[in-house]
Design a protein around this ligand. Structure first.
Ligand code: AMP
Ligand code: TRP
Length: 332
C-alpha cells in the first residue's frame, strides 16, 4: 500500500480553499491508504509569528482537521516540530537542492515580492523542508491543491539528485494527488486571485467557522457578471468568477461543472447564489460545531498530537538515520 503524506500550515481557522483543495481529499484518502497528516508549524516560522498565536493556531488547525473527519486513531496526525527527523533531513536537502532550482519557485517570488532582500532565508528554502516532510516517511502520494505542484516537482528533483549523488535507490518518486473540480478555489472578490487566509478582506473568503449569516452574506456579495449562467462548461470561458462559484457548488454536490450547469444553466446569479449558500451552510455547520467541541478541550487536542508524533517518529527516525549514514555522518 502506498503511504500518503500531506501538510498544512497552522494558519488558524482554515478557509474553503484549504477545505476543498486539501482537507476533504485527505479525509477521502483514508479509506484506501495509510495516511500521515502534519500541521507544519516549522513552515509557519518562515514568516513572523506571534509565539502565543502560533501555538493556538496549531491547536485550531488540528481541531479543524479532526472536525472534518481525519481519523487520528487509524491514521497519524501530528505537528511537524514535534518530530525532529523533519529538520534533520531538511538540512541535508538544503545541501542537495541548488540555488537555481529554488530561484524558480513561483510561490517564493509571490510571497517575497519586492522585499526579496528582507524575507527570511527560511522562506527561500521552504520547499526543501517540504521535501523532507514527505521523504522522511518515503511517502509517495501527496494530496495538495494545484498551487503546490511546483514544490512537489522540486521534491522529486531533490530525491533523484540524492539517489544519484550517493549512488543509491533510497528515496521513492513522489506523485502529486490533485483532486476534484475545486483544486483551486478563487477569491470571492476577484476571480483571478486564489482564496487565501492572507487576503486582507474577510469578504474574499469563507472561513470554516463562519456562521450561516456570514456565509449567506458573503455569497450574496460575491463578485459575478451580469449574464445568466451558461448551459455548458464552455460558456464559463473568460468568466473567472462564475467558473469559481460553479466549481464550488460542483465540489459540494459531488458533481462536475456540466452537472451543475445542466441543473442551473440559464438561471440568474440571484437564485444560484441562494442555492450555493444553502449547500455551503449545510456542509460547513456540522464541521464548525465539531471544531468548537474540540477547541473546548485543548488537553484532548494535545493528546492527539502527542500520540501522532510518537507514531510518526517511529517511522521517520530510522529512515532519516539511514539517510544520515548514507551521506557519511558519523553516529559514534
Ligand atoms: P496552506 O494554507 O497554504 O498551507 O495550504 C494548505 C493546503 O490547502 C494546500 O494543499 C493548498 O494547496 C490548499 N489550498 C490553499 N488555498 C487554496 C485554494 N484557494 N484553492 C485550493 N486549494 C487551496
Ligand atoms: N507547502 C504546503 C502548503 O503551503 C504545506 C506543506 C508543507 C506540505 N509540507 C508539506 C504539503 C508536505 C504536502 C506535503 O500548502
Amino acid at each position: 500500500m502506498q503511504l500518503v503524506f500531506s501538510g498544512i500550515q497552522p494558519s488558524g481557522v482554515p478557509q474553503l480553499g484549504n477545505y476543498l483543495g486539501a482537507m476533504r481529499n485527505w479525509v477521502a484518502l483514508q479509506d484506501r491508504h495509510d495516511c500521515i497528516y502534519c500541521v507544519v508549524d516549522l513552515h509557519a516560522l518562515t514568516t513572523w509569528q506571534d509565539p502565543k498565536q502560533l501555538a493556538a493556531q496549531t491547536r485550531e488547525m488540528t481541531a479543524s482537521l479532526l472536525a472534518c473527519g481525519i481519523d487520528a486513531d487509524r491514521h497519524i496526525l501530528f505537528n511537524q516540530s514535534a518530530v525532529h527527523a523533519h529538520a534533520r533531513l531538511a538540512w541535508i536537502f538544503n545541501c542537495v537542492a541548488r540555488m537555481g532550482w529554488l530561484n524558480r519557485m513561483t510561490q517564493f517570488k509571490d510571497k517575497a515580492g519586492k522585499d526579496r532582500e528582507n524575507v527570511s532565508t527560511g522562506l527561500f528554502v521552504y520547499p526543501n523542508l517540504m521535501a523532507a516532510d514527505i521523504l522522511a516517511y518515503k511517502a509517495s502520494r501527496v494530496p495538495v491543491g494545484d498551487d503546490q505542484r511546483q514544490h512537489l516537482e522540486l521534491a522529486n528533483d531533490i530525491a533523484q539528485k540524492f539517489n544519484h549523488d550517493y549512488g543509491v535507490d533510497f528515496f521513492p518518486v513522489i506523485e502529486p494527488v490533485i483532486m476534484g473540480v475545486a483544486a483551486r478555489v478563487m477569491s470571492l472578490r476577484d476571480g483571478t486571485k486564489k482564496m487565501s487566509k492572507s487576503d486582507p478582506s474577510d469578504q474574499s473568503r469563507i472561513n470554516l467557522t463562519d456562521d450561516a449569516d456570514a456565509i449567506a452574506q458573503k455569497i450574496r456579495r460575491a463578485k459575478t457578471d451580469p449574464h445568466p449562467l451558461p448551459e455548458a462548461p464552455a460558456g464559463l470561458e473568460g468568466r473567472a468568477e462564475a467558473r469559481n462559484l460553479v466549481g464550488i457548488y460542483a465540489a459540494l454536490a459531488d458533481s462536475d461543472l456540466a452537472g451543475v450547469l445542466a441543473e442551473h444553466g440559464g438561471k440568474g446569479f440571484g437564485a444560484f447564489k441562494e442555492a450555493l449558500a444553502e449547500r455551503l451552510i449545510a456542509h460547513l455547520a456540522p464541521i464548525a460545531a465539531e471544531t468548537r467541541r474540540w477547541l473546548a478541550d485543548p488537553g484532548a487536542i494535545d493528546a492527539v498530537l502527542r500520540q501522532g508524533a510518537a507514531r510518526a517518529a517511529a517511522i521517520a527516525d530510522p529512515i532519516v538515520a539511514e539517510a544520515e549514514r548514507l551521506v557519511g555522518l558519523l553516529r559514534p
